[in-house]
Write a protein that binds this ligand. Structure first.
Ligand SMILES: *Cc1c(COP(=O)(O)O)cnc(C)c1O
Length: 237
């Protein structure tokens, strides 16, 4: 977690620039205005920076590491922030994730989904989840491959304490806009394929600071933006 804080105004200026970028991409690519939600990725940034974004009206925040996220969630307790877990999931961390987060984007195997289902406290609504797809079938990357996706989706969809919402993707980084679009298109087609099977999914979590426009062009409903809001991370994670 970063210790230095930065002027709240610079976060708010960048946040408004990201909102404007999302709105213009919605318009340019024929998307319904307001149909792309903004998840602010606050990993490595302190509570003060999250509060600066909250002051500017941001309510959804994404974190990648449980240990880093827990003190922030405790410091900001009160239910007015929606917390999204977007990082790799170790099975010894599922209990904390099930208790403290509202959404999980990074489910890539059934054993993790079952643990989250079993550990979601009865007093809380079902945990909203997305399956992370390894769209490039990159061997070193997390995510379920296309071949295993339908079986995993069917199994997760019936878990009563989870609400399967859609897919998340973290495609290989490239500056090439057409190449970005092509990867995101495959994620959208995968979601459409699952919906033909009757799963009723409504969420495509894709697009980061460097590729949000291509993601919106291909149907993203939630973009996950870190550095364009908070600045570039000193630690690259
Ligand atoms: C860090 C991270 C992001 C945000 O990346 P930026 O390039 O800083 O916008 C989005 N999604 C995931 C899964 C991440 O780990």
């Amino acid at each position: 977690m970063g210790t230095n804080t930065q002027p709240a105004e610079s976060i708010q200026v960048r946040l408004n620039a990201v909102r404007a970028h999302i709105a213009s991409a919605e318009c340019q690519y024929g998307r319904v205005p307001g149909s792309v939600a903004l998840l602010a990725v606050s990993k490595t940034w302190p509570v003060a920076d999250i509060l600066a974004a909250v002051d500017a009206g941001q309510t959804c925040f994404g974190e990648s590491y449980v240990q880093e996220a827990m003190p922030k969630i405790e410091a900001l307790a009160g239910g007015w922030i929606e917390w999204h877990f977007i990082g790799p999931i170790q099975s010894n961390k599922t209990k904390q994730i099930a208790r403290c987060f509202d959404w999980v984007h990074s489910i890539d195997r059934l054993s993790i989904a079952q643990r989250l289902n079993d550990q979601r406290p009865p007093g809380l609504p079902p945990l909203h989840v997305c399956l992370q797809v390894n769209i490039g079938d990159e061997p070193q990357k997390a995510g379920v491959g296309m071949a295993g996706l339908p079986i995993l989706a069917d199994a997760v969809a019936v878990l009563p304490r989870l609400k399967l919402r859609g897919l998340m993707a973290l495609p290989p980084l490239t500056d090439n806009f057409e190449a970005q679009r092509q990867m995101f298109r495959r994620v959208r087609e995968a979601l459409e394929m699952l919906n033909v099977r009757g799963l009723g999914l409504d969420t495509l979590s894709m697009g980061m600071s460097g590729d949000l426009e291509a993601a919106i062009a291909e149907g993203a409903t939630m973009v996950r933006i870190g550095s364009a809001i908070f600045g570039s991370r000193k630690v690259k994670i």
